[in-house]
Design a protein around this ligand. Structure first.
Ligand SMILES: [Zn+2]
Length: 421
């Protein structure tokens, strides 16, 4: 029997409302009641002891685009950033649209022996938006939800059937809200800055209109819809109204949309190019308020690695996406918590039990009996973002060179110490 005592930290478990100085015990891979003798003691005074962080929106690119990221490298990045569970999007080099592909992702993740990986299956075959993928078989193989993320499901009839099907397996559909007709050829937010820069803009309504459609379809079918990477205040208003009406809708926001705005684009720096694009300062403020009041349920990184060569092109020609697993915690603690925009318990909730509930995962809590996924955070640790030191194969981050305060110093998955510094 192995028993680990994490001693004397600030135990912060939003799932139970616990926030006090105390100990956490782990016995045989599960959170346990206080015991008598520990085989290992980890001193945590001055640190926060929180449930293992969960990121339900990452792109690990394998199978098919291993030069961008592999499942093993993605998992290493996750635990280095304090994340013990991730949900992987299906738009890999070869899309995860079959039971075999779901099993492949799970097998590679098991070999990595690090973060837990929960695969998401595609909604449609080849992410083409035309024919439903074999959702039932994927659910059976372990897909925890469905998404064509990277692409919108433009056909409402197909999305309706996907929702009805997914709800039979009690899985949510995660929606990448983008009316592709309104965003054709666009590379940044539509507005004054885009006009000044001479770049084609991408209107907020392209996201909000699709979110409205998806919320209405959720109400109509009774099936769960999760809105990915909310970036616009109009989308927040749509989700707020849907939740007020009792629709089965949840939502996430990414660290970059919560902290950066379109003014950054004035340098034409590809590190600020992502989908959806950085919006206005007003949108950022609306997102932060929505995350604080629970309209937005959770934080998700949208970790989207590309090769250095791909991201090294001119702004107009480079692909969308940045990496996020190794910076999310530091950015949230520095720019939202230390700045006083959000309380520490709410920020931790949005990275633990919040995302766990969206996907129905049995994680995100330090309750006795729960799997012992624990992250120990030094909230005072200042560190400089150096992409060369990332475990991820991706190097592109808008926070390169920035000094952040707060870092995961130990990450424990199922009672195993998988990252320590
Ligand atoms: Zn997306």
């Amino acid at each position: 029997m192995t028993s680990i005592l994490i001693k004397g930290g600030r135990v912060l478990d939003p799932a139970s409302g616990r926030d006090e100085k105390g100990d956490v015990w782990i016995v045989n891979g599960r959170i346990a009641k206080p015991g008598r003798k520990a085989t290992q003691t980890i001193k945590a005074s001055g640190a926060w002891v929180v449930p293992g962080l969960i990121d339900i929106h990452v792109h690990f690119r394998e199978p098919g685009h291993e030069s961008k990221e592999t499942i093993a490298a993605g998992c290493a990045a996750a635990v280095a950033g304090g994340f013990t569970s991730v949900a992987t999007m299906a738009n890999t080099g070869r899309p995860v649209d079959s039971a075999m592909a779901v099993r492949y992702v799970r097998d590679r993740a098991a070999e990595a022996k690090s973060a837990r990986v929960f695969p998401l299956g595609a909604v449609t075959q080849g992410l083409k938006g035309e024919e439903l993928a074999e959702m039932g078989l994927m659910a059976e193989a372990g897909a925890v939800g469905f998404s064509d993320d990277g692409h919108p499901v433009m056909n409402s009839e197909i999305l309706r059937r996907a929702l009805e099907y997914a709800s039979m397996f009690n899985r949510p559909v995660i929606s990448h809200c983008e009316d592709a007709h309104l965003t054709k050829g666009a590379s940044m937010n539509e507005g004054r800055v885009a006009t000044e820069l001479g770049l084609r803009g991408w209107p907020a309504v392209a996201e909000a209109a699709m979110a409205a459609r998806d919320c209405l379809l959720a109400r109509w079918t009774g099936a769960r819809v999760h809105i990915a990477h909310v970036s616009a205040k109009e989308t927040v208003e749509v989700i707020r109204a849907a939740k007020r009406a009792g629709d089965p809708v949840t939502a996430e926001a990414a660290p970059h949309h919560l902290t950066l705005d379109e003014e950054q684009l004035r340098t034409y720096d590809p590190r600020f190019r992502m989908n959806p694009p950085l919006r206005s300062a007003e949108d950022v403020a609306a997102l932060v308020a929505a995350l604080a009041d629970g309209t937005i349920d959770c934080i998700a990184s949208d970790h989207a690695p590309h090769t250095v060569e791909e991201k090294d092109r001119e702004f107009d020609a480079c692909p969308n996406g940045i990496v996020g697993l190794e910076t999310t915690l530091g950015v949230i603690l520095t720019d939202l918590v230390a700045s006083g925009k959000m309380t520490a318990p709410r920020a931790v909730e949005a990275m633990t039990i919040g995302p766990a509930k969206v996907l129905g995962l049995p994680h995100g809590t330090l309750a006795v009996g729960a799997p012992a996924d624990v992250t120990i955070i030094d909230p005072e640790r200042a560190w400089k973002v150096d992409p060369a030191a990332f475990k991820s194969r991706g190097r592109c981050t808008p926070w390169e060179g920035r000094t952040l305060k707060g870092r995961a110093v130990a990450t424990i998955v199922g009672g195993m110490l998988v990252h320590e510094e």
